[in-house]
Design a protein around this ligand. Structure first.
Ligand code: NAD
Ligand code: IPM
Ligand code: MN
Length: 361
């Protein structure tokens, strides 16, 4: 049966990287006999410009009809001063995640061996790095009650609320344990339980869930320490599970362990349809110049094959293709090092697509 894939390029480099992901997916599909159909939807600033709203009904409808969604990125300076509900981030990306029920955001930080020198960290600290961040995606600070008001003393005041229910914590922590079982059996639950009430609840729930997984080690770590440990000795981590905003911040940091933010893919799961997107943004500073690294998007396609299309073989082929292209010395500008062969976004996409074709025969 033909499966529908929604493509939401969005803004900035989203327009350049999503076509590379599609190209690679089409090669996998043709070689492995997957019947896929693609339909493009508007989101973010592109949707504001074309349709006056950042998340048109037609886009939500397309997502709901699809087997999986590939998203580029949203946002950019052009739309930064709009009222908040019209902005690409708060008006489109966050409601899309919420409305589709995508509470679990998986961000694997994996070092491809040829990139050991691309990171600012010493190679011996990151060689063999393979950690998985499991970020809660539909709760916490992002979705709690918010308001701006003038206090009695005349001060303009703003409030963001960090709310979690035990059910919200339990489902994400449980997923982290399930994933750890297929890896090195260690979960680091990251919180700020020395200060935050929500973190103390998080810790209690994590302890309770851990009882169902006696074969997996649970450790708790404060988020400030985690930020430090990530650069001090990142290989101590297997699965990190954490609150929405902590996860946002820590994964940008973790991306550098993998060489560049352009290497960090993501899968957002938990609803009927899953969403795949690179962890980075629309990179306005390099947009439209064919400079973006498409590998985070291409590796997100590998996650799509694994989690939504039941095609482990295709996912493996993509990962192997990326490894081989990097081993041959090809680099986008974010990964450039002495002696490398500099390529643009489209050329990198072509190289990976050709490799995938060769691998799958
Ligand atoms: P960003 O991730 O877009 O860029 C940060 C830096 O990393 C920039 O120097 C950029 O050039 C570089 N970079 C990012 N992706 C890259 C890639 N694939 N290849 C090479 N270099 C890359 O973060 P920002 O500058 O803070 O945000 C820009 C816009 O993107 C904002 O509007 C923000 O809200 C939005 N944003 C969207 C998402 C999303 O849609 N999921 C994620 C993060 C930020
Ligand atoms: C991400 C982004 C988003 C987030 C923004 C654009 C709302 O930074 O996907 O990591 O904070 O979740
Ligand atoms: Mn982010």
């Amino acid at each position: 049966m033909t499966k529908l894939i929604a493509l939401l390029p969005g803004d900035g480099i989203g327009q350049e990287i999503v076509p590379q992901g599609r190209k690679v997916l089409e090669v996998v599909a043709s070689r492995l006999g997957l019947e896929l159909e693609f339909e493009e939807g508007l989101i973010g600033g592109a949707a504001i410009d074309a349709a006056g709203t950042p998340l048109p009904e037609a886009t939500l409808d397309l997502c709901r009809r699809s087997t999986a969604i590939l998203l580029g990125a949203v946002g950019g300076p052009k739309w930064d001063n709009l009222p908040v509900h019209l902005r690409p981030e708060a008006g489109a990306l966050l409601p899309l995640r919420k409305q589709l029920g995508l509470y679990a955001n998986l961000r694997p930080a994996f070092l491809f061996a040829p990139l050991a020198k691309a990171s600012p960290l010493k190679p011996e600290l990151i060689e063999g790095l393979d950690l998985l961040a499991v970020r809660e995606l539909t709760g916490g600070l992002y979705f709690g009650e918010k308001k701006t008001f003038r206090r009695e003393d005349g001060q303009e005041t703003a409030i963001d609320t960090l709310v979690y229910t035990e059910g919200e914590i339990e489902r994400i922590v449980r997923l982290a344990f399930e994933l750890a079982r297929k890896r090195r059996r260690k979960v680091t639950s990251v919180d700020k339980a020395n200060v935050l009430e929500s973190s103390r609840l998080w810790r209690r729930v994590a302890e309770r869930v851990a009882q169902d997984y006696p074969d997996v080690t649970l450790e708790h770590m404060y988020v400030d320490n985690c930020a430090m440990q990530l650069v001090r000795w990142p290989k101590q981590f297997d699965v990190i599970v954490t609150e929405n905003m902590f996860g946002d911040i820590l994964t940008d940091q973790a991306s550098v362990l993998a060489g560049s933010i352009g290497m960090l893919p993501s899968a957002s799961l938990g609803g009927e349809v899953a969403l795949y997107e690179p962890s980075h943004g629309s990179a306005p500073d390099i947009a439209g110049q064919d400079k973006a690294n498409p590998l985070a998007t291409i590796l997100s396609v590998a996650l799509m094959l694994k989690f939504s299309l039941d095609c482990e073989e295709g996912a493996k082929a993509i990962e192997q293709a990326v490894a081989e292209v990097l081993a041959e010395g090809y680099r986008t500008a974010d990964l450039w090092e002495e002696g490398a062969k500099l390529v643009g976004c489209r050329a990198m996409g072509d190289l990976v697509a050709e490799k995938v074709a060769a691998i799958l025969g």
